[in-house]
Design a protein around this ligand. Structure first.
Ligand code: NAD
Length: 304
């Protein structure tokens, strides 16, 4: 199936849609994009060139009407607003306008496929393909079927993403926030708590990740990293040996409310940290190192 996907539709071309279009074009796919905003096509063309100045726009088409945009495509990536009623209406339209063999995939961060596939006549090919921002740089896509999605559609979607160089993971059940954002939420919860409790400065908490475990986490995940901490005994030894203290830290983790006080505290301290620094340079450096890192990772065949 994946090698039969030559032409994709990208519905909704805001932040995420523009980035998907950039990525699909960079992989030589024909792309028809659609968005109802009056300046959408211009924004899209500028955005693609900003994302990747080397990209050719020859295989790009634009249609305001999503029904026209999906004509003749084999895959649809939906990135409309994060509102259930809009997704339900949009998926009913996309479903009616496409052959049942076409995969229709949503980028939604928080709405599950089960919630918007029921309005379709062919819900079995409707599912979630949640990217990480920006999808033209970050390989992860979380794939998850809804109650009515077929196994075949999930496998075909995973195969397609793999064939164009993405790193899809499969969610075996629907869960609010999917997987990666839940893991991030756990970390942010404790980071905010430590700031509120005055345990360390924002600058130092950022360093505690970026110069510490974050370096390893970009290479291996939490489980393989833990396995390597256990020497010959691996993860089993670590959990038997360090499990009890780890559990006591887990029980001591803070809970937090993101109220106005916390927002003020964090945003004021962060603007002090950034004083005299050029944020655009930080972004440029981050993107450059990220690309170098991913290039190195792709050559280190044993790294996942
Ligand atoms: N921003 C992120 O970090 C991020 C990351 C992963 C996934 N997502 C998901 O991607 C989707 C898009 O998010 P975004 O951040 O790009 O939002 P955005 O607001 O930047 O873009 C949404 C786009 O949808 C268009 N739109 C409005 N009504 C529409 C309709 N009826 N049909 C089609 N398009 C319509 C808007 O004109 C706009 O260009 C959401 O479901 C979101 O959860 C966002």
């Amino acid at each position: 199936m994946s090698n039969k996907i030559k032409h994709v539709a990208v519905i909704g071309t805001g932040v995420i849609g523009i980035s998907w279009v950039t990525y699909f074009l960079s992989k030589g796919l024909e792309v028809t994009a659609s968005d109802p905003a009056p300046d959408a096509e211009e924004r899209l063309r500028k955005g693609i060139t900003l994302n990747n100045p080397d990209i050719s726009l020859e295989l790009l088409h634009f249609e305001v009407d999503p029904v026209k945009a999906v004509k003749g495509v084999q895959f649809v990536q939906e990135n409309g607003p994060e509102r259930l009623e809009i997704k339900q209406e949009l998926f009913a339209k996309l479903d009616a306008a496409t052959d049942p063999s076409v995969l229709i995939v949503s980028s939604s961060s928080g709405i599950q496929a089960s919630e918007f596939q029921m309005s379709a006549k062919h819900p079995e090919r409707i599912l979630l393909g949640h990217p990480f921002n920006p999808p033209h740089l970050i390989p992860l896509v979380e794939v998850c079927g809804g109650k009515a999605t077929s196994e075949e559609a999930v496998l075909q979607t995973i195969e397609f993403y793999k064939s164009i160089g993405k790193k899809p993971i499969r969610l075996l059940k629907e869960k609010k926030g999917h997987v990666a954002n839940r893991l991030q939420a756990a970390l942010w919860q404790e980071a905010f708590y430590l700031v509120k409790e005055g345990v360390a400065s924002i600058e130092d908490i950022d360093l505690a990740i970026s110069q510490g475990p974050g370096l390893r986490w970009a290479l291996l995940g939490p489980f393989l990293n833990l396995h390597l901490s256990g020497g010959n005994g691996g993860i089993k030894h670590v959990l038997e040996h360090l499990g009890p203290p780890m559990e006591s830290w887990m029980k001591d983790l803070g809970t937090i409310e993101i109220d106005q006080n916390l927002i003020e505290l964090i945003s004021t301290e962060l603007s002090n940290v950034l004083k005299g620094k050029d944020l655009q340079k930080i972004i440029d450096d981050r993107n450059k190192v990220l690309l170098d890192l991913m290039d190195m990772k792709s050559k280190a065949v044993e790294l996942p």
